[in-house]
Design a protein around this ligand. Structure first.
Ligand code: NDP
Length: 346
């Protein structure tokens, strides 16, 4: 648990303070910043570092490049009783999510099912953070978002899809909700980059080279395309995510988002679709009985040696980081301190 020369231990309060200052000293409004702070602190607390403070670099870059609007005020439009639309105004996704959440919960609780379509936002990031509050309100939910193109379809060689994550949330009786959340690519792009830096080969199945040949060379894979998980099945899921979080809600495909970025290195601009179901509307008084059956299912999975539920690691990390804080790479911390100090007041 000790800090090393390469990593520094910060409390969650330190993470919160630094995140807030980096954002507000670099053109992000208080409202946008506060919503981002919640998601970044949550990602650090749950040891999902790829969506933690590291993301601040891209957020600041996107504002500096004139891509993201750091002061955007999301606009809510209840298009039908079941369909809530939020235009993020090219701001960041966390505030747009917050703006739509109460309306989504209210609609789902009144109708049994409701949909939140969020458009025009930078970086719909780790979706478990968007679904957990819905589970806390007693709702089951599904979340989808596309990205910037980097993943080829099964059998192909040209990137078409983003890493297109898919998330699912289920409230549980007397304990933290079950939430899984994963990309539909075989592996995160960052993992391939890490292998390249370390001079290691990558397993077959992660990427193809520019000619579409399977490769174990990370540089060739980065120059070519990543692959979906699960071959043609993962391809179909990635396509479903792309269609539902793109054309279905009038937002960009991953190819369009990549073109829009034009090499600026911003996080993806695009949409997110969240569907929420209220078990009480579906099941009435019988809801507790059926959710107890779900608990029996969870128990039969967890009773098997070596098996855990998705989300168990995150929740265990959350418990630890409350008191122990989190480790942050020293190089990242130095960059963040520079961003904090260069612009606004201390
Ligand atoms: P991982 O492969 O790390 O994990 C995916 C899910 O599987 C998690 O719910 C994880 O639970 C669970 N899991 C992992 N190992 C096991 C195991 N042995 N047994 C049971 N469950 C397991 O995730 P990805 O790299 O695919 O995605 C990471 C994050 O990045 C996600 O939050 C995703 O939304 C986000 N993302 C965002 C993108 C965007 O453009 N906005 C693009 C791509 C990804 P646990 O966390 O508890 O380990």
């Amino acid at each position: 648990l000790n800090s090393s020369a390469n990593e520094v231990r910060l409390s969650l309060a330190d993470v919160e303070d630094l995140t807030r200052k980096v954002l507000t000293h670099n053109g992000v409004s208080d409202a946008q910043a506060e919503a981002i702070v919640v998601t970044i602190v949550a990602a650090e607390a749950d040891d999902c570092r790829s969506h933690g403070m590291y993301r601040l670099l891209g957020y600041v870059r996107a504002v500096e490049a004139g891509k993201a609007n750091g002061a955007a005020v999301p606009k809510l439009d209840q298009r039908t009783p079941a369909l809530i639309h939020v235009d993020g105004g090219r701001g960041f996704a966390p505030l747009a999510n917050e703006v739509g959440r109460a309306a989504l919960i209210a609609s789902a609780q009144s109708l049994g099912i409701a949909v939140l379509a969020i458009n025009n936002c930078y970086h719909n990031s780790a979706m478990w953070a968007d679904l957990e509050p819905l589970a806390d309100a007693g709702l089951v939910s599904i979340g989808l978002t596309a990205g910037q193109r980097s993943v080829a379809p099964h059998g192909g060689s040209k990137p078409v899809f983003g890493t297109n994550p898919f998330a699912f949330g289920w409230p549980r009786l007397g304990q933290a909700p079950f939430v899984f959340d994963f990309a539909t690519s075989a592996i995160a792009r960052g993992e391939i980059e890490l292998h390249r830096r370390a001079g290691k080969t990558i397993p077959l199945g992660w990427a193809v080279d520019a000619e579409g040949n399977p490769t174990t060379d990370p540089a060739a894979g980065l120059a070519g395309a990543m692959l979906p998980f699960g071959g043609y099945k993962g391809t179909a899921l990635a396509l479903m995510v792309e269609l539902l979080a793109g054309p279905m809600i009038g937002d960009m495909t991953s190819q369009e988002s990549f073109a829009e970025d034009a090499g600026a290195g911003s996080p993806p601009l695009g949409g997110e679709l969240i569907i929420a179901f209220d078990p009480v509307r579906f099941l009435g008084d019988e809801a507790p009985e059926h959710f107890a059956r779900a608990e029996a299912l969870f128990a039969s999975i967890k009773s098997q040696e070596g098996v855990r539920l998705p989300g168990d690691r995150r929740l265990a990390e959350r418990e630890k980081s409350r008191t122990a804080g989190v480790l942050v790479p020293a190089a990242l911390l130095a960059e963040l301190h520079q961003l904090r100090d260069h612009a606004g007041p201390a």
